[in-house]
Design a protein around this ligand. Structure first.
Ligand code: B16
Ligand code: MG
Length: 216
């Protein structure tokens, strides 16, 4: 079957969500406020500038365009310092095995990430060679929940949207995949990701056969 798997990066393949959280929290604290864990959930999958705008709103702060650019790049410098030290050990359980199996069986794969730092992360963790197409924050204009990132991936793989399965940990990402007309396997806690066909704890909890059975 001409189907494909499209993987989100942060929170699905690698454990970088914790670094985003630390860096945003440090930024908010430096501005004199804090935000909750539940609020942080809303930032997942959302691009850098949109995340900053949400955080500034929570802190009731109004910043000019140039101040916002500065704050975003400050957060990014902290984040990049953290991910520059990442190792293969931070690849989440089951990711490597599933990517290997998909490659062996000739199932097409794409990355569908909002991050502009995906190249560094893929290089640090040795995952780069597993993808037939890479679509990240540098390749799109609209942030998840807009479907652009996944639609571009399907186009590059020459697979119909309805024949793509998206792996996502974020509410915004699940919404993007729904808008693209794709199937969704949620990664994380059940109940947290309405709209997913299936929610698994991590990629060690799924096989290619189970992925293919979503089409029956
Ligand atoms: P960057 P994903 C997303 O990656 C993260 O979940 C989100 O928290 C982050 O703000 C966004 O990437 C942008 O990342 O600042 O590195 O460009 O989950 O879509 O792989
Ligand atoms: Mg994610």
């Amino acid at each position: 079957k001409n189907m494909a798997c499209i993987f989100d990066l942060d929170g699905v393949l690698v454990d970088t969500a914790v670094y985003h959280y630390k860096a945003w929290k440090q930024l908010a604290n430096s501005l004199g406020f804090d935000f909750t864990h539940a609020q942080n959930e809303q930032l997942k999958g959302v691009n850098r500038m949109c995340s900053l705008d949400m955080i500034l709103k929570w802190g009731n702060l109004d910043k000019s365009e140039s101040e916002r650019e500065e704050l975003a790049s400050l957060k990014n410098s902290w984040y990049v310092a953290m991910i520059s030290k990442m190792t293969i050990a931070e690849v989440l359980p089951g990711s490597l095995k599933l990517l290997q199996d998909l490659k062996e069986q000739g199932v097409k794969t794409a990355l569908g990430s909002a991050s502009k730092n995906s190249a560094l992360i893929l290089e640090r963790t040795g995952l780069v060679d597993f993808f037939d197409a890479i679509v990240d924050g540098n390749a799109v204009t609209s942030s998840k929940p807009d479907p652009e990132v996944f639609v571009k991936g399907a186009e590059l793989l020459k697979v119909a949207n309805k024949d793509c399965v998206v792996f996502e940990d974020a509410i915004a990402g699940v919404q993007a995949a729904i808008a693209a007309g794709m199937k969704i396997i949620g990664v994380g806690e059940t109940g947290n990701l309405p709209g997913a066909q299936l929610v698994i704890k991590d990629l060690s909890a799924i096989t290619i056969e189970e992925i293919l059975s979503l089409y029956n």
